[in-house]
Design a protein around this ligand. Structure first.
Ligand code: HEC
Ligand code: HEC
Length: 329
């Protein structure tokens, strides 16, 4: 009776080993494989047009000004800004890396092709200036820019130029923020604190408030929390946005195909940073249809019955399943 059982166990073990060997071991590997596919397929990762070509455009100086405003926002529109004092000292580029051109660096590739569009957060059709002002009011914890100002027109002109060659409604691969797979557990702020100390604190500082340049007008290392950081209505306050941003971009030097954090570390850092003090935003008018709230939106009421705690930190899979089930009803 013993022999057949041992034989069975051995076959099972061999099958498991073969299956595991054949599976791609992690996301990075899959991404790199896709990256290596020949160009001119829909799998090609987006890259921005050559910046030197801006000079050929009729409105070149406007586009250049828009790019400059994205890179050095605080010099023009920060607390000591030369044009207007309407934002917290951060630059758009702090979160939209390389002036919004980096693959999975929260770039602007899809913006011109997909706006105006309906957004659940406002429950309305939003234009590009409206979306830009969302970031002024939330990510830069400031005030909206006049939509007819030269600055707004310049920013929109630059965003439009960046999306040259992208067809209407096309979302190029590599645009926006990387989606990090959900964990089976809740993200842990305690783990995140340990990782923060080891991998982030040297630049973003112990108090998370970043480090100003000697001119005191802009940051060498931008704040992650505290009164000069993004507010509770900002995109990065959602753990999935933060985890996706840092997974493909932080610590500085990381990229989607050479990440320096595991998925677990990215989620735990998101939990830690987003449980620190930061400016509060009144978002009572957001999400007029509560069933449209993203799974990781941390403020109730919710139509799915899960707590604010679970919506903020996870585990998210049960919420996702429940929502699918509710949809089928
Ligand atoms: C603190 C980080 C941060 C800063 C600073 C910031 N943004 Fe954003 N921005 C985000 C996040 C997060 C999103 C949402 C991305 C997502 O959900 O995929 C976003 C989205 C956008 C979008 C829409 C992108 C899309 O594809 O739908 C635009 C346009 C935009 N930002 C413009 C700006 C401009 C212009 C500035 C400077 C005035 C700025 N942002 C500053 C974090 C930031
Ligand atoms: C070597 C310095 C350095 C290290 C280490 C580093 N960062 Fe950054 N981080 C930066 C810089 C510089 C920027 C702004 C990039 C730009 O403007 O081009 C930034 C931007 C950010 C942003 C978006 C802007 C903001 O302030 O909200 C987040 C979020 C962030 N880092 C999180 C992290 C996390 C989490 C870690 C640890 C895993 C980390 N960073 C490690 C230098 C660093």
């Amino acid at each position: 009776m013993l022999y057949p059982r041992i034989l069975l166990a051995a076959i099972l073990l061999i099958t498991i080993i073969f299956t595991v060997l054949n599976l791609p071991s992690n996301n990075e590997e899959t991404l790199i494989k896709q990256d290596e596919k020949p160009s001119n397929t829909e799998e090609t990762i987006w890259s921005a047009p050559d910046i030197s070509l801006i000079a050929q455009e009729e409105n070149a100086s406007l586009i250049e000004y828009g790019r400059e405003l994205i890179k050095n926002t605080s010099l023009y529109l920060g607390p000591n800004g030369s044009i207007k004092k309407i934002s917290n000292g951060m630059n758009c580029q702090n979160c939209h890396l390389d002036a919004g051109t980096k693959a999975w660096g929260n770039n602007y590739a899809a913006v011109y092709a997909t706006y105006p569009k309906f957004r659940e957060r406002s429950g309305a059709i939003e234009s590009i200036p409206k979306r830009v002002n969302d970031c002024f009011e939330r990510s830069l914890n400031g005030n909206a820019l006049d939509t007819s100002s030269k600055e707004m027109i310049a920013i929109v002109s630059y965003i439009k130029w960046l999306s040259k060659g992208i067809a209407k409604n096309e979302v190029p691969k590599g645009s926006g923020i990387l989606e990090v797979p959900f964990l089976d557990r809740a993200a842990s702020a305690e783990n995140g604190a340990v990782i923060y100390k080891a991998k982030c604190e040297s630049c973003h500082q112990k108090n998370g408030e970043g480090l100003l340049n000697t001119d005191k007008k802009s940051y060498a290392f931008p704040p992650l929390w505290g009164k000069h950081s993004y507010n509770t209505g900002a995109g990065l306050y959602r753990l999935s946005r933060f985890a996706g941003y840092v997974k493909a971009n932080m610590p500085l030097g990381a990229s989607y195909n050479a990440p320096l954090l595991s998925d677990d570390e990215a989620w735990d850092l998101a939990a830690f940073v987003n449980s620190q003090e930061r400016p509060n935003k009144n978002i009572s008018k957001d999400w007029p249809n509560i069933t449209g709230k993203p799974i990781d939106h941390p403020f109730g009421p919710f139509a799915d019955g899960f707590s604010e705690q679970q919506h903020k930190y996870g585990p998210y899979k049960p919420i996702k399943e429940k929502r699918l089930a509710l949809k089928k009803l």
